[in-house]
Design a protein around this ligand. Structure first.
Ligand SMILES: *Cc1c(COP(=O)(O)O)cnc(C)c1O
Length: 380
C-alpha cells in the first residue's frame, strides 16, 4: 500500500458492535470483565484491555498507526515526546551504563540526558556526529546507546543514519533516532537499520498544536521492553490526547507535502535577499521534500532583529513548531537559552538566527510576509 493510502487507513478495525466510522474515544481508566474466566483469559492473551495505563484502544491506535507508517513491528504512545525519549533510553541503558549522543540535540532531550539520566547513573557523552572518528572515540566498554535526530534543530543538519547504524552494529549498541522533524513521510530510519524511532507527536504527527504526546516504534523484541517501561513508569498517554493525535496523523502526508513545498519556496525566496546572511534548509532528505523547517540568519549589521519579529503580521512568535500555521521562534532566547556563549558559537546559533516552521498557507504569501518584515527591519 502506498504511503498516502496507508496514512489514511492505518486504523485497526473497531471490534465493537456499533460500527462507527472513526474510533470512538474510550475515555475510561479500566475495562470490565463478565466472569473470572474472561479475566483469566486477559492474562492468557485473549481479551484485549484491562487498565488504561497498561493499554487502551486509542493509545494503541496511535502507537500502531505510527508503527505502520515507519515500517515497524510495534509502537507505543507516550505522554510527551520527552517521555518517549526517556522510556526508549531506559529500556536499554541502566545505572552504570553510558550513551553517546550528538551535540546539537533538541534542548529538552539534552536536559533529560545530561541532567536527569546522569542523576540516576546513566552517563552520556555529547559529540559532533559529523565525523565518524569522533563518535567512535567516545565509545566505552559500557556504552549501550547511540542517540541522534534524523534532522537536527535549529540548523537542520540531516543525520548520516547509515553511519549511525554502521557504528551501532560494529560496537553492539542500540541506535535510537528522533524522527520528529522529518516524519515517516520523508524519512524511515528503521529501513536503514535503526533500532528504535521516537517522535514528539506534539509536532507533525499531531500537526495542529493542540496536543502534547510522544510515540516510540521498533522491533517487537525491543518494543516489549519499551512498553513495559511506559506501563511501569506511568508514561502512558491519555485516551483523548491519543484520539486527537490520531485525528491529526491521518493528514500527515498531505500536510508534509504541502508544508515541505512551501518551505522550499521560502528558502529560495529568502536566499540572497538583502538582510539575510544565510538560509539553512536541508537537501537530500527525500525525493518527496526536505521538510517544513527553515532557519535564516539575519545580518545583524543591517537588520534590527526586534523590528523584524514585531513586523511579521499574521506570523506569530511561538516556541514550538510543526503546526499548520507558519510560525517563528528565536532559538537564542528560547530552546538554546541555557547554552554558554562558547557552545552557541560552536553550534552557530547567533543573535540573527530565526527558526521558521512553515505552514500550509499560500507559498507566495509566506515569502512576502517575511520579505516585508526583513525590509522593515533594515536600519536606514
Ligand atoms: C518537541 C521535541 C521533543 C520533545 O517533545 P515534547 O512533546 O515537547 O515532550 C523532542 N525532540 C524534538 C526534535 C522535538 O522537536
Amino acid at each position: 500500500m502506498d504511503f498516502y493510502t496507508k496514512n489514511v487507513h492505518y486504523s485497526k478495525k473497531s471490534k465493537d458492535q456499533i460500527h462507527s466510522k472513526v474510533t470512538p474515544i474510550y475515555q475510561t481508566s479500566a475495562f470490565t470483565f463478565r466472569s473470572l474466566e474472561e479475566l483469566e483469559g486477559y492474562y492468557e492473551g485473549q481479551g484485549n484491555y484491562l487498565y488504561s495505563r497498561v493499554g487502551n484502544p486509542n493509545t494503541d491506535e496511535l502507537g500502531q498507526g505510527v508503527a505502520a507508517l515507519e515500517g515497524a513491528d510495534a509502537g507505543v504512545a507516550t505522554s510527551s515526546g520527552l517521555s518517549a525519549v526517556l522510556v526508549s533510553i531506559l529500556s536499554v541503558a541502566h545505572a552504570g551504563d553510558h550513551i553517546i549522543a550528538n551535540d546539537d540535540l533538541y534542548g529538552g532531550t539534552f536536559q533529560l540526558i545530561a541532567k536527569e539520566l546522569q542523576e540516576v547513573g546513566v552517563e552520556a557523552s555529547f559529540v559532533s556526529f559529523e565525523n565518524k572518528q569522533e563518535i567512535v572515540a567516545a565509545i566505552r566498554p559500557n556504552t549501550k546507546v547511540i542517540y541522534s535526530e534524523s534532522v537536527t534543530n535549529p540548523l537542520l543538519r540531516v543525520e548520516n543514519l547509515k553511519q549511525v547504524v554502521e557504528i551501532a552494529k560494529e560496537y553492539n549498541l542500540v541506535s535510537i533516532i528522533d524522527n520528529t522533524f522529518a516524519t515517516p513521510f520523508l524519512c524511515k530510519p528503521l529501513e536503514v537499520g535503526v533500532d528504535l524511532v521516537v517522535h514528539s507527536a506534539t509536532k507533525y504527527i499531531g500537526g495542529h498544536s493542540d496536543v502534547t504526546a510522544g510515540v516510540v516504534v521498533g522491533s517487537s523484541a525491543l518494543m516489549d521492553r519499551v512498553t513495559q517501561k511506559v506501563v511501569n513508569l506511568g508514561a502512558n498517554l491519555s485516551p483523548f490526547e491519543s484520539w486527537l493525535a490520531c485525528r491529526g496523523l491521518k493528514t500527515l502526508s498531505i500536510r508534509m507535502e504541502r508544508q515541505s513545498h512551501n518551505a522550499e519556496e521560502l528558502a529560495k525566496g529568502l536566499d540572497g535577499y538583502r538582510g539575510v546572511k544565510k538560509v539553512y534548509y536541508p537537501t537530500g532528505l527525500s525525493p518527496l521534500g526536505n521538510g517544513a523547517m527553515v532557519s535564516i540568519e539575519l545580518d545583524s549589521s543591517l537588520c534590527d532583529v526586534n523590528t523584524f519579529f514585531s513586523s511579521l503580521g499574521w506570523i506569530k512568535i511561538v516556541p514550538t513548531l510543526a503546526g499548520i500555521e507558519t510560525t517563528v521562534s528565536y532559538p537564542i532566547a528560547t530552546s538554546h537559552r541555557a547554552l554558554s556563549q562558547e557552545s552557541l558559537d560552536e553550534l552557530g546559533i547567533t543573535r540573527g538566527l530565526v527558526r521558521i516552521s512553515v505552514g500550509i498557507e499560500n507559498d507566495q504569501d509566506i515569502v512576502s510576509a517575511f520579505r516585508q518584515a526583513i525590509d522593515q527591519s533594515l536600519q536606514k
